[in-house]
Design a protein around this ligand. Structure first.
Ligand SMILES: [Zn+2]
Length: 342
């Protein structure tokens, strides 16, 4: 599997100029290829020799790959995309860089530069854990970042039990294990507070047409929610490892929207992000992921399999069973494989 490590580059002024230059060339060349594809109305053959000679040979491959991808997206939904490349970065392939105490980069056909960089201990550890397949360099607000893609061996599978995780709004995540343990993760109120306070702020700015502040607010809000999702997913995986979990079962999120009773404002993408963070961290730790169709998971009684329509937070069944509604969901997700839905 692939992991990405982010390091900070510390180029000299001259090196920074070279990198900026390459980013501009990369962008221009990708857009040239796209225009050519659009003109031909199909992916045409582009000889590497026709691309700017300042690009390292292997980066030319990436230029064409990038252009093909954008053209394909463009032709699939032709009216909504502009069919142009807006990326402000340049890519290098594994045979055009080496990363040791310095980053040695091929720039152009013959010349190389040797750039200082900073990586914290976690990133250093990551970099030494596998094979570095490619990297992407970009300049954001005068800082230089380098994203290194690392191919590592899949971790050995761990654990023996099953854990169901129910994602929601009032409670971001509830886990139920096949050994009978229940755990709540995150504070729904915290997420909801950020969402509602930001929504009212955004609508005020919207009325004033203050697009710059809107973008800023949106970004800040997004960062806060992302860091909350990181914390929640980490706690879930820590709990899974402690409970000797082999497989985490999650709901297929396409059907989650109907559950978002309280959170019309939190669209399905926020579920999707938390879900993908859980999947990513699970895989990294050797825990497998199973995704299921959430058919009746919040309605079925874990005791008698009866179906009850529940309107409050409390789940009550005629058989006498009662529990927190989200716990019922998590238990049913956990039991999905052992008891087939009725
Ligand atoms: Zn029942």
């Amino acid at each position: 599997m692939y992991l990405t490590s982010k390091i900070i580059l510390l180029p000299t002024q001259q090196q920074a100029n070279t990198l900026s230059n390459l980013i501009t060339i990369y962008n221009t060349e990708v857009n040239k290829c796209i225009s050519k594809f659009i003109m031909n109305q199909k992916i045409a053959w582009i000889p590497y020799s026709t691309l700017d000679k300042h690009l390292p040979w292997e980066s030319k491959k990436e230029v064409i790959k990038e252009a093909k991808k954008i053209f394909n997206d463009y032709s699939r939904r032709s009216s909504s995309t502009t069919g142009s490349f807006k990326g402000e970065y340049c890519r290098w392939h594994f045979d055009s860089f080496t990363l040791n105490s310095k980053l040695i980069l091929q720039v152009g056909q013959q010349s190389k530069i040797s750039v200082d960089y900073y990586a914290d201990p976690y990133q250093k550890n990551l970099l030494s854990s596998g094979f570095l397949t490619s990297l992407r360099i970009e300049n954001v607000k005068r800082k230089w970042y380098c994203y290194v893609k690392i191919l590592i061996d899949d971790p050995q599978p761990v654990g023996e039990h099953i854990m169901g995780v129910d994602l929601g709004i009032k409670v971001p995540a509830v886990a139920a294990t096949s050994t009978g343990k229940i755990r709540f993760f995150g504070k729904g109120r915290q997420v909801r507070f950020i969402c509602t306070s930001q929504t009212s702020r955004l609508s005020k700015l919207m009325r004033k047409n203050d697009y710059r502040s809107i973008r800023k607010t949106d970004q800040k809000w997004g960062n806060k929610l992302l860091s909350i999702d990181h914390q929640i997913s980490k706690k879930i995986i820590d709990f899974a490892l402690k409970e000797n979990i082999k497989t985490i079962v999650l709901e297929n999120l396409i059907n989650m929207q109907k559950k978002s009773d309280a959170g019309k404002r939190v669209s399905s993408w926020s579920y999707l992000r938390l879900k993908s963070l859980i999947e990513y961290k699970a895989r990294k730790n050797g825990v497998t992921i199973q995704t299921i169709n959430p058919y009746n998971t919040s309605k079925k009684c874990p005791n008698c399999n009866g179906i009850n329509n529940i309107t409050s937070r409390k789940y009550i069944c005629n058989c006498g069973y009662n529990n927190h509604r989200d716990i019922v969901g998590a238990i049913n997700i956990c039991n999905y494989n052992s008891k087939k839905p009725n």
